[in-house]
Every structure is written in structure tokens, then in C-alpha cells.
Design a protein around this ligand. Sequence first.
Ligand code: PLP
Length: 407
Amino acid sequence: MIRINENYTKLKASYLFADIARRVGAYTAAHPQSPVIRLGIGDVTEPLPPACVEAMHAATDEMSRRETFKGYGPEQGYAFLRELVAQHDYAGRGCRIEPDEIFISDGSKCDCGNIQEIFSTDARLAIPDPVYPVYVDTNVMAGRTGANVGGRYEGILYLESNASNGYVPAVPDAPADLIYLCFPNNPTGAVATRAQLEAWVAYAKRNRAVILFDSAYEAYIRDPAIPHSIYEIEGAREVAIEFRSFSKTAGFTGTRCAYTVVPKSLVAWDASGQTHPLHALWNRRHTTKFNGVSYPVQRAAAAIFSEAGRQQTRALTDFYLGNAQLIRSAVASLGLSAVGGDNAPYIWVNSGRDSWDFFDLLLDKAQVVCTPGAGFGKCGEGHIRISAFNSRENVEKALVRIAAALR
Ligand code: PLP
């Protein structure tokens, strides 16, 4: 008799965005004349930068000719892209990352969900609350947690992010082996200072732990004092893996391209106390279970680093940050406190009431979809996340409607 992986039964009934889609679906079915504006799910709305489109067209033409056709590429990604990433995203910021420490993939969601496979099932987890749900759910599936009791899984050390710590958790007193950090943060939009990241690197060193650093929103950082990469912190090559994505940097959510950095100097231990380089483990995992991102998509990603590509992606992120500023000031003028939006495309609003009630209020009275904070964890209760990913016209319209609904 085939049996299921019973860890799946511990998962909460549905994924947050499925719950939202159900409520929005019910509302639109009942009110077909009232079109909703979606400032909920963090998907981009603006088209790909022209430099990427041109590169993708040219690469597709190469695929149409026998002489330039390409079959399977290297699972870890083409050298042309890995070299550009190493040069622009790391050497350009003073970080020592070699091209072969970079693994190109079809998304950070998969990478930050799959990475836990290379660690022991009894690794002690430290995970922020509120959080991008993938970190928690993939560890539940792998059996690293107990049951969900009162909205929290047994066996996770939750790193609480709230107004009192500026939504950046301090290092805990208790030890952990595997630490998830995400800056600029989804959902709060908070960023970590150099000193805060230094404290985390020191904590990881003390505990012989690994930090999984998700910087999917790095391209939104505008404050020059805020580190873009964990490797800007001394010693991070010995304790951290970093995830980056082209999804929010250059509108690749539907095109799919990202990368994960695993430095060769990073090790973990086996039961006998022997060290093992994590680079070799991830390389084994990646090459066994993944067959590479398509050639045209990697060419499109490489174009992000051209002169034109850099200007166009900067204009794209500036555009969304412009939306974020409009949202921040509209929210402030309604007397609500909020963080985020300065160095991130999300605004985390203190709703002062139950977050699903506030979600329903905005849907019913303003036909605007936000994301209820409770969906990101216990500390998300009393908050909503508003995303800056939409057209300027829709953002302006949504803000007028929200103001009318709340006044
Ligand atoms: N990490 C964070 C924090 C995210 O918010 C997202 C997407 O919303 C991802 C990773 C996934 O990005 P990708 O599109 O590369 O899978």
C-alpha cells in the first residue's frame, strides 16, 4: 500500500494566495460591474525591458539555425551569464564571488524551497515572522517541524519582526542551525543595516550555522548605506548562501530566471564531525534534478547587464518605487502608520484591526485587493501588505477609492 508523505497533512489548508483568489473570485462573481484593482500578489505588470526582448529574439533566431542551435546547456547556467553576474552584482560591490559559485535557475522560489534538501532533517530552524511562506512550508513538507499549534509550527524558532524592532529581528539568545533572512523584506519592505547583518553573520559563525539570504528585491535598494548582498559583510562567505532573482529586477516573473550563490568556502558537518563543502552538495542536487534555464532566457537575462539593460531596469524599478511613494503618502494621510516602500516595492500598513477584516473592507468598499498580514504569520496580524506592482493609473485609482472607503 502506497502511503503519503504525512508531513503534507500538517500544512495549513491552503496557500495564502489561493485563499485570496477564492475571496476575490466570490466578490467578482457577485459584483460583475465592479472591477477590482489588484495590489495584492507581488507580480509585476510592466513589460520586459527592450534590451532583454532584443536579446531573446536574437537567441531564438540562433535556435532556428543548425549552425547555432543549442540543445541542453550546462545545468548550472551558461558561463556568459555567470560571469556577468559575478562581475556586476558582486565584484562591482567589492564581493569576492567566482562565476562557478553562481547557479543559474528558473526561479528563487524553487531555489529557496529546494535548498533545505542538502541539510539534515533535524536542523534547527530560525525563520522570520512574518515571512515569505515558502521557507516555512518547504520545511514542513520535509518533516523538520511538528504540528501547527495556534498558527505556529512546533520546532521552529520564530524571529519576530514588529514595530518595536523596526521589523528587523535581532539575533536570538537560543541557537539555530539554519537561518532564513530576507532583505529587502517581503512582506514588510524593511531593510537591514550593515550592523544588523554583521550581527547575523557573527551569530551564524558562533553557532556553526548557515544563513539563507534571500535578496530577491535587492534592485529596489536606494539608500547607499544599505548592503545589497550578504557578501558585503566580512566573513559571510563562510556562513551564507544568497538567492537572487531577475523576476522583480527586470520583470522576469513570467520569463523565469534567477540564481543562487553557494561559496566554495562554505561548509556543514556530518554526524561524525567531518566537514563537507555545501557547494559540492548543491552542485550534485542541482545537476541531478535540474536541466538548465533555456538559452534565449539566459541571453535575455545577460542583457540586463548591458549599458541599455542597466538603464532600462533602473527605470523599471524607479517606476515601481514611484508607485510605492504614492501609496506611502496616501496611507499616511489617512492616519495609518506604515513601513517599506523606500527600498522595497511593498508597503506594510498597520491596519489597527484584524487583517482579514481589513482585507474584506478594502475589497467590499474600495474594490482593491491587498494581502492580509496574517497570511504571512502570527506577527502579520493587524497589518496588510500593499504592493507597488501595478500601472500608475491603477495605483492612483486604487488610492482614491481607498481614501473614499476609509474616510
Ligand atoms: N523570494 C521572495 C522573497 C519573493 O517575494 C519571491 C517572489 O515573490 C521569490 C523569492 C520568488 O521569485 P521567483 O520569481 O524568482 O521564483
